[in-house]
Each structure stands twice: as structure tokens, then as C-alpha cells.
Ligand binder design. Structure first.
Ligand code: 26W
Length: 788
């Protein structure tokens, strides 16, 4: 069943075991008798890495040689998770590695467990960027990712007495997957003075150092590059002077200030706080990346007008939108181009992807803050805005200005991104329609509809099926003609022929059961709670946010609990046992999200100990949800919850992971247009609470789940503060839908058929399809291969 055409297949057998032992003994300086699982992980990684480096170097050499158009994906987040398993699978050596480690006395699963997640992202946007890198390499596209090398990724979440506690995530103590490039540095300037129409002088300088991470494709020799920038103090006369004049402390302080820029990932998801350090991060990363891209272009000695034939830059949300301004600045201030020449190049180069419509997530920078940090860039933004406003008719004045006339004034980064790009896309059909009819509608009128498009998100089936659920992947392979479906996910449609195949269905359901057993074991060891793997596993894992409505879920769980409590023993026999599983981090300053976590844990505490209830209901909060946990969780769902308020979740990608692994999903129907009316009615019309929801609130307020004071803000948000997220409007239909789920689950045969049919129709949701879509409709890039 091995997928062939791997990087190593044409070479002599990869001597994995010998290489691993060699690395343990020489690179780690440890005797084999003293080799624990961590050392085995390190040795194995270094062995695999040696091979990866060969294809990586060849790919980069080849791409430089053929000199074709490249894509640069600018993202402030890359949520990569673990690398070793993926590297083994993508390079086709996993079974050799498994045997080799086995002979050394290790289970490969235990060795893989040693790796720390690379968690340089918050949630959906960061994980999407990681899936894209996998697909770009797999499809042989010449592409680089550019990001920041945070010393601390997203915090680790601990649950203490039911509350979230944040612990720093220092992940770099051993990272074999990065290569420092101390020779590749860029000096980045901040503050100083911007001279109108000319230049920018006299600021503070921080140095960017490149760290490169190899990104192997699956079943191809192409290995692309992810370049992450780390900040350090610029070494120059400046600090020498300080040291020599005895100003040691202030020299050290400079060093610290510089290193702070890439120290930590901002843990807010869908909330813009407008902090200066975040703007510094953005400019530091954008300026270093553009300098690098321009340097590479100039080596080709082509004229500037060919820039956008060689370079496509995709902006992952507005976080890198400053790149538009920085490129224009380089072209007119440094390279001496005329404004219009420069601006044509800029707009032909950039594409902008929007990932959210939530108003509080749309980035705005205070003009005074921006002026102080990036004076020349502010002038350029004013000019971009002026020329833009002059070019459009007078009928949309203020509404479309990049500058919002607030106090203080602020810069709307989404507007800058639209004006500076040739394509703007949303991430799902509904979302793309929504941005074109609401937040960006004036721009659709001005630029015409062709500038706006949809590219539906996708996920990589390598990590999210083959790696996370190897048994299911093998079973599918046995029916669809081998593992080729991992490179062409539409081949899954073959599975439709097996919905009535008894043996296939039995095996299908056995695998689901085994995956639930695996999750149950994790729950036992992490939470100390025993759950029955035969119960219906109902899972909601994602960042905690009011718009995602984990509160609707937990209110529904409480309703279920009260309903079962009120039943006779006879009635209880008919109840479908259920395990409600939650997981997700709250931004450290987001009190309401933290309150929801606390409520879930308090409900679990009562329900899980209730002898009356037994296996009929368990409530679990899984600590520290991250990519490697998702790889255990996604294969184990019967249903998963995607119940955001209509029109608020741009796409969601975990929905795809769950369905691809044979789970069904419960989700909000579209209704984005009704939302505003409902909100209005909550304030001005009658707002009657559903009686069942009232009962849930009464129970919480009586203290059934612990001291109720802590939950009053949450209840009040629904009952007195206008229920912005429409929890009360949807509660009834939510409960009814769960009743349908219970009924459906009783017929296991039919359930199996539904899940098989769903998997069969998942072909579209591969990130390969998504990347191909971007490549053809936005980037205009071609694949490129070479002989391994
Ligand atoms: C400025 C603070 C901030 C930080 C992150 C604002 C917004 C973000 C992201 C855009 C939030 C995010 O991750 N959005 C998610 O993007 C996914 C990939 O397209 C979608 O599937 C999710 O629906 C969307 O919430």
C-alpha cells in the first residue's frame, strides 16, 4: 500500500536505524544504553532531517535556476503542530522508521509523542496557513511562507479549580526543524522622521534574522521553505559606544527591547486591541520579508515592470497589509520609480484574503500611534487614500476613506488591503457573498465584481486523515484503488458504492469505535473520568468565543441533564448515552469566554458524579486544545458542533476535519440577513425567553452547579443585555435537532451509511483544491518539478 514516487524511492534504502543511532551517539553524545524516548525522538528527527535537507536544497536550487513566478504567503500565524510524523509520511519512510525504532525497543507512537507542538498561531487562520504550505509543496508550486519566529507560541492552558490559567509556551529548547541563517539579516527601522516625497531618517534600528523551516510535499521531491524572522539588537557602532562609555545597562536594555518584538504571539483571536508592540511586529516582519523578496528579484536583473510576473504575495488577513505601503515606499523612495509606476506594480502583486466579518476583529491603527512609529508610511497611506478618493465619484465620501474620522483618527487596514490588491477573497461561498454585500459593498461598486471572489477553504488530507486516522485511511485506500486519494481527494466519491456493503460498514464502525476508545483513554488520564466509548460522542473544540456559542451547547447539556433527572427508570432506558466534550482556549482578557469555560467545568463536576445519571451523560472539558490533540479528537466524534450565530463564522475548518473522519455535524443554517432584525426586536419588541431555557437559567441561579454569582454576567447577556448572539432565538431548534440526532444514532446501520456518504462527498474540501484555485485565479503560478 506504500505510495511510491517518494524522494528516496529511487535511491538506495534509507538506513534510518543506523542514522538514528549515529545521531544519538554523536549529535546528542549519548550512549545507546542511555537512550530514552526523548533521545530517540531527537535522533530520529535528525536522521529524517538529513534526508529532507537534500531535497530542500535541490528544490531551492532548481527554483532559482528556472526563475519562474513564486508565491509568497505572508501570515503572522503558522499553526504547524508536530513535524516528525508528517515528515516521515511525506517522504515515504514511515514504515522503515517504525520497524527501525521497534528493533531499538521503542513504539513509534511513544517517540512521536515526545515532540512539542509548534503552536505559532491562534486557531483557524494559523492552521489554514499550515495546511496551505503542505498543499503548495505537494502540488509542486514554488512558494515560500513568511512569518515571525515567536519565542513563545500560544499559551498552554491549564484548568485549575475549573478556571483557565495561562502558562507560557517555551517551545524552542530543542527544535531540529529550524535552520538559523545568521548570514541572512535585515536592518529594520522604526520611529524617526518622514520627509515628504523623499525619505525616512534617523530612527531606531532592529535586526531581523532568518530561520528557515523545510516544508516537504507528500509523494514529491519538492521541499519548500518557511522563513521565520527573529528580532535582535542591531550590532553596530551604537552599542559599542554604549559599552565603551560604561553604559552597560542601557545597552542591555536595547538588546531586550529589540528581542521583545518577536517574543510572543498575541493570543487574541478575532479581537483587535491596537497595541503598539503588535504594530511593531507587523512592520518588522513585513519589512524583512519584502526586503528579502525584492533582493531575490533584483538578482534576476529584470526590469521593475516584470515584478508582478515573478512575484505574487498573498496577505493572510490584514495583518500584513503594511506590505502594500512598504513596497510602494521601496519603489518610490529607494528605487526612484514614479508614483503611478510603483502603484501599478504594487496592486498587481498583492492579493488579500478576508477571514472575518466581526467588527471588533477588523484592524484599525490609531493615526498618532502610527505616525510616531512609521512616519513615512503614514504619508504614503495619506497619498494612497487621496489618489483613491480622487479617482472615484463623489457619491461615496467618508464611508470608503482609509482614514476613519474618529478621535483619534484611525487607519482601516481592510480598506487599505482592498485598494492595494488586485483580488480580494472570502473563505466560503456564504462568507464571500456576505463581505460583498455588507462590509465591502461600496468597493464592489467602485472596482466592479471581478475584483472580489470566493476561494473555499480546505484541509490537508495527509495530516487530517492519513496521519490522524491511519486505519481509516488504509480502509479507504483498499476500496478506492490505493493511497492516491490522498493526492486527489475527489476519488473518495468511490466510497458511495460501499454504503450498503455490510463488511465495509462493520469495519468502518469498528475503526470509529477504536478511535473513541483512544480518546476515552486520553480523557481518563487527563480528566480522571471514565467515559463509555459506546456512548454518542458530541464534540465542540475551537477557540472559546461568544459568537461560536459554546454557551448554547452547555445550556443544551444542562437541559439534557434536567430532562434525564426528571425521567422514570423506564424512560431512562430509552435515552441514548452521550458524552459532551468541549475544548478550546479563551483569550486571556476575554472574561465572558472564561466564564463559559468555568460553567462547563462546573456542570461536568456535578453531572459526572451524579449516580442517577451514570453513563447517560458525561461532560468533559479537555485542557489545552491544540493541533496534536485535534489529531486524536477529530477521528473520535459521532457528531461535532458548528453552531455559531448565523453569518459570523467565515468558514470553519474543523467541520471538514470531523466529517472527513466519519463524523456528522450539527450546524447553524444560513440566516445572516435575519440577524439584525432579531437583535433589534430584543431591544424594542417583546423578547420572551424559551421556557426550557428559563429553567436552565433558574437551575444555574439556584446554585445547582456551584456559586451562581460567577455566572450572572453570562445569563444577563442573554436575558437583559439584548442577547447579541441570539442564543435564546435558536435554543428550541437546537434542542430539537439534538433529539433528531439521538433518534438517528439508534439506527447504527443507517448512521454508518450517512457517515460513509458524507466522507464520499468530501473531495472538494481538500486544501489541494483550494490551493489550485488560488494558483489559477489569483496567483497565476505554475507547478515545477525536477528529477530527485
Ligand atoms: C487582530 C486580531 C485578530 C487575530 C486573528 C483578528 C482576526 C484574526 C483571525 C482572522 C481570526 C481567524 O482565525 N479567523 C478564522 O479564519 C479561518 C480560516 O479562514 C476560518 O475558517 C474561520 O471561520 C475564521 O474565524
Amino acid at each position: 500500500q506504500k505510495y511510491s514516487a517518494q524522494a528516496f524511492s529511487s535511491k538506495e534504502e534509507f538506513e534510518f536505524q543506523k542514522e538514528t543511532v549515529r545521531h544519538v551517539e554523536t549529535s546528542l553524545a549519548r550512549s545507546l544504553y542511555n537512550c530514552d524516548e526523548l533521545a530517540a525522538y531527537a535522533g530520529a528527527s535528525l536522521a529524517i532531517r538529513d534526508r529532507l535537507v537534500i531535497s530542500w536544497n535541490k528544490t531551492q536550487q532548481h527554483q532559482t535556476f528556472v526563475d519562474q513566478k513564486r508565491l509568497y504567503y505572508l501570515s503572522l500565524e503558522f499553526l504547524m503542530g508536530r513535524t516528525l510524523d508528517n515528515a516521515m509520511l511525506n517522504t515515504g519512510v514511515k514504515s522503515i522508521a517504525k520497524d527501525g525504532l521497534g528493533e531499538l525497543g521503542f513504539r513509534i507512537e511513544d517517540v512521536l509523542e515526545q515532540e512539542h507542538d509548534a503552536a505559532l498561531g491562534n486557531g483557524g487562520l494559523g492552521r489554514l496557513a499550515a495546511c496551505f504550505l503542505d498543499s503548495l509543496a505537494t502540488l509542486n508550486y514554488p512558494a515560500w511562507g513568511y512569518g515571525l519566529r515567536y519565542r513563545y507560541g500560544i499559551f498552554k492552558q491549564e484548568i485549575v479549580d475549573g478556571y483557565q490559567v495561562e502558562v507560557p509556551d517555551y517551545w524552542l529548547s530543542f527544535n531540529p526543524w529550524e535552520f538559523p541563517r545568521f548570514d541572512i539579516t535585515v536592518d529594520i527601522m522604526f520611529y524617526g522622521n518622514g520627509k515628504q516625497c523623499t525619505s525616512w531618517e534617523g530612527g531606531e534600528i532592529v535586526q531581523a534574522v532568518a530561520y528557515d523551516v523545510p516544508i516537504p510535499g507528500f509523494g514529491t521531491s519538492v521541499t519548500n521553505n518557511l522563513r521565520l524572522w527573529s528580532s535582535k539588537a542591531a550590532s553596530g557602532e551604537f552599542d559599542f559606544q554604549k559599552f565603551n562609555s560604561g553604559d552597560y545597562e542601557s545597552a542591555v536594555a536595547d538588546e531586550q527591547r529589540a528581542e521583545t518584538i518577536s517574543a510572543v504571539l498575541y493570543p487574541n483571536d478575532n479581537l483587535d486591541r491596537g497595541k503598539e508592540l503588535r504594530l511593531k511586529q507587523q512592520y518588522f516582519w513585513v519589512a524583512a520579508s519584502l526586503h528579502d523578496i525584492v533582493r531575490r528579484f533584483k538578482k534576476s536583473r529584470r526590469p521593475w515592470k516584470e515584478f508582478s510576473e515573478q512575484v505574487a504575495i498573498q496577505l493572510n488577513d490584514t495583518h500584513p497589509a503594511l506590505a502594500i505601503v512598504e513596497l510602494q515606499r521601496l519603489l518610490i523612495d529607494t528605487e526612484g520609480l514614479e508614483w503611478d509606476e510603483g502603484w501599478d506594480i504594487v496592486t498587481q502583486t498583492f492579493g488579500y484574503t478576508n477571514h472575518t466579518v466581526l467588527p471588533e476583529a477588523l484592524e484599525k491603527w490609531s493615526v498618532p500611534l502610527f505616525q510616531n512609529l512609521l512616519p513615512r508610511h503614514l504619508q504614503i497611506i495619506y497619498d494612497i487614500n487621496l489618489f483613491f478618493l480622487q479617482s472615484v465619484e463623489k457619491r461615496f465620501p467618508k464611508a470608503i476613506s482609509i482614514i476613519e474620522e474618529s478621535t483619534p483618527k484611525s487607519i482601516r487596514m481592510a480598506f487599505l488591503a482592498i485598494i492595494g490588491s488586485h483580488k480580494v477573497n472570502g473563505v466560503a461561498e456564504l462568507h464571500s457573498d456576505l463581505i460583498q454585500t455588507t462590509i465591502f459593498k461600496d468597493f464592489v461598486k467602485i472596482f466592479g465584481p471581478d475584483k472580489f471572489t470566493n476561494v473555499t477553504n480546505g484541509i490537508t488530507p495527509r495530516r487530517w486523515l492519513h496521519q490522524a486516522n491511519p486505519r481509516l485511511s488504509e480502509l479507504i485506500a483498499s476500496k478506492v484503488g490505493g493511497l492516491g486519494f490522498l493526492k486527489d481527494l475527489t476519488l473518495l466519491s468511490e466510497l458511495e458504492n460501499y454504503v450498503d456493503d455490510k463488511d465495509f460498514k462493520r469495519e468502518w464502525m469498528e475503526i470509529k469505535y477504536a478511535n473513541k476508545v483512544r480518546l476515552a483513554k486520553h480523557i481518563k488520564s487527563a480528566n480522571g473520568v471514565t467515559v463509555n466509548p459506546s456512548a454518542l460522542f458530541d464534540i465542540q473544540v475551537k477557540r472559546m468565543h461568544e459568537y461560536k456559542r459554546q454557551q448554547l451547547n452547555i445550556f443544551g447539556v444542562i437541559h439534557r441533564y434536567l430532562t434525564i433527572k426528571a425521567m422514570t427508570p423506564e424512560e431512562r432506558k430509552k435515552v441514548v448515552p452521550r458524552v459532551s466534550i468541549f475544548g478550546g482556549k479563551a483569550a486571556p482578557g476575554y472574561w465572558m469566554a472564561k466564564t463559559i469555560i468555568h460553567l462547563i467545568n462546573c456542570v461536568g463536576n456535578i453531572v459526572n458524579k451524579d449516580k442517577d445519571i451514570g453513563d447517560l451523560l458525561k461532560v468533559i472539558f479537555l485542557e489545552d486544545y491544540n493541533v496534536s490533540k485535534a489529531e486524536i479528537i477529530c477521528p473520535a466524534s459521532d457528531i461535532s458542533e458548528h453552531i455559531s450565530t448565523a453569518g459570523t463564522e467565515a468558514s470553519g475548518t474543523s467541520n471538514m476535519k470531523f466529517v472527513l473522519n466519519g463524523g456528522l455535524i450539527i450546524g447553524t443554517c444560513d440566516g445572516a440577513n435575519e440577524v439584525e432584525d432579531l437583535r433589534h426586536k430584543h431591544f424594542y419588541g417583546k423578547h420572551e425567553l424559551d421556557p426550557d431555557l428559563r429553567r436552565v437559567f433558574d437551575e444555574i441561579e439556584k446554585g445547582a452547579f456551584g456559586p451562581p454569582e460567577g455566572f450572572s454576567a453570562l445569563i444577563n447577556s442573554v436575558t437583559v443585555h439584548g442577547d447579541y448572539y441570539l442564543v435564546s432565538d435558536d435554543f428550541r431548534s437546537y434542542i430539537q435537532t439534538h433529539a433528531l440526532v439521538d433518534e438517528a444514532y439508534k439506527d447504527q446501520d443507517e448512521w454508518a451509511a450517512k457517515t460513509i456518504m458524507s466522507v464520499a462527498r468530501m473531495g472538494f474540501f481538500s486544501s489541494d483544491r483550494c490551493i489550485q484555485d488560488y494558483a489559477e485565479s489569483i496567483w497565476n503560478i505554475e507547478p515545477s518539478t525536477f528529477e530527485a
